[in-house]
Design a protein around this ligand. Structure first.
Ligand code: GUN
Ligand code: ZN
Length: 424
């Protein structure tokens, strides 16, 4: 049994439907076998000395990144290009290097540690085009203890040829990886065609066949990110982007589509009908000039949304930064934008992701019965965030200041299931 003492802030109910920030000041969370079994005011008599003292700063639910590319950790920061140029010049040359298993293992170590240091405890990860490299990611995530859903990335056209596979090989290698990793500990398998633009219809059909073959697999890909890409998909498939996935049986409640910056009304209704969710990746959308995310229309049509860092087009692992950029974009959209409060930002970075990934019964907030996944935000004494937090007059202010100012350097520790994952 471990007792965590501190100020815990979370969002047990969505602020998009009336929920607010919940603050527990000087609270004791009693954790047994990774699960919160009691949540009560701190008492020296009750809780004794064997306590993890987190009274400085704030404790937040572990962040959930619903879209991040493992092979791109070393490609962050390629500015000045739109999507298709960026892929060719920045991302794909690095992704090709993961054909080498030793190289892949070292990238996996950088990647998993990058997530943990940013306070991310759960992620839906775009894997690699190479089965050995996907294996290396699952192995490293398991060693460290993060909750990772990932899979083999599939392509058979348009990209560089050394990343190609065939529909049969994609099915066989995916099945093998799913057998090895799906439902093992904290790992799960996601069928992952890169995007319709780089997949023939037989490739998408092979993805659909694997999805229906193994129970409860996840599906992830990209959708409606960039206008040139969208036009390419229309030329190749003769239909809209969402329909290219729907035809192959790839849309459902365990489907997470990244970006969706330029959806049609039809496509939003289609996603809502299937219960599919969207990973909003705001720093990537800005860095690649992809566009401004129409959050309001997703919410109005009942499409679930959570945050993704989209590293390496995104500019780092921190969901504090993604939350802030999501806020900026909605501000800039003016009357078309959705005004986001501190509570919305925390929800989007934590519980919304847990919900989108089907883990809302397990993680996402600090209620009794959930596993203790947490990040400890404790900035260095005297830094601007430290000053801001000490002068915050309310929990809303403290969380807003955190999103404005915090980054990985301010995350002093991260836990998954009550066990520390950072520092290791
Ligand atoms: N679409 C296809 N591949 C990618 C990728 O790696 N990053 C982004 N942002 N979009 C993509
Ligand atoms: Zn992406």
């Amino acid at each position: 049994m471990t007792v965590f003492r501190g100020t815990f802030v979370d969002t047990p109910h969505s602020p998009f439907t009336g929920g607010r920030l919940r603050e527990g000041a000087d609270l004791a969370l009693v954790v047994e076998d990774g699960v919160i079994v009691a949540r009560e005011p701190w008492s020296a008599e009750l809780h004794g000395d064997d306590v993890v003292d987190l009274r400085e700063g704030l404790v937040l639910p572990g962040f959930v990144d619903t879209h991040v590319h493992y092979p791109q950790v070393r490609a962050i920061g390629g500015l000045g290009m739109p999507l298709l140029d960026w892929l060719e010049k920045c991302a794909l040359p690095e992704e090709a290097r993961l054909a080498d298993a030793t190289y892949a293992a070292s990238v996996a170590a950088d990647f998993v540690s990058g997530l943990a240091r940013a306070g991310t405890t759960t992620a839906l990860v775009f894997g690699s085009h190479f089965a050995g490299a996907v294996d290396a990611l699952f192995t490293e995530a398991t060693r460290v203890g993060l909750r990772v859903t990932s899979g083999l990335v599939l392509s058979d056209r348009i990209l560089r040829e050394d990343l190609f596979t065939t529909p049969d090989r994609a099915f066989d290698e995916g099945l093998e990886l799913a057998k090895r990793w799906h439902g093992q500990g904290r790992t799960r398998y996601a069928v992952t065609p890169r995007f319709s633009l780089s997949c023939t219809e037989p490739m998408l059909e092979s993805a659909g066949a694997l999805l229906s073959q193994v129970p409860d697999l996840w599906f992830t890909s990209h959708l409606n990110e960039n206008v040139e890409e969208i036009e390419g998909v229309r030329q190749l498939f003769g239909c809209d982007y969402a329909t290219s996935y729907e035809r192959a049986g790839l849309l459902g409640p365990r489907s997470v589509l990244a970006h969706n910056v330029h959806p049609t009304l039809q496509e939003l209704m289609q996603l809502a009908r299937h219960g599919a969710a969207v990973a909003h990746c705001p720093t990537s959308n800005a860095a690649l000039g992809s566009g401004m995310f129409p959050l309001g229309s997703h919410l109005a049509l009942g499409v679930r949304v959570a945050l993704g860092s989209d590293v390496g087009a995104g500019t780092g692992f921190s969901l504090f930064k993604e939350g802030l950029q999501a806020y900026f974009v909605q501000q800039l959209l003016g009357r078309e934008g959705h005004r986001l409060s501190a509570a919305h930002l925390l929800w989007l970075a934590s519980a919304a992701g847990a919900e989108v990934l089907g883990l809302a019964d397990t993680v996402g907030d600090f209620s009794v019965g959930k596993e203790f996944d947490a990040l400890w935000l404790r900035p260095a004494p005297g830094c601007t965030l430290d000053v801001a937090l000490r002068h915050a007059d309310s929990t809303d202010e403290a969380v807003a200041k955190s999103f404005a100012l915090a980054g990985p350097a301010d995350v002093a520790a991260t836990w998954v299931g009550g066990e520390p994952v950072h520092p290791a």
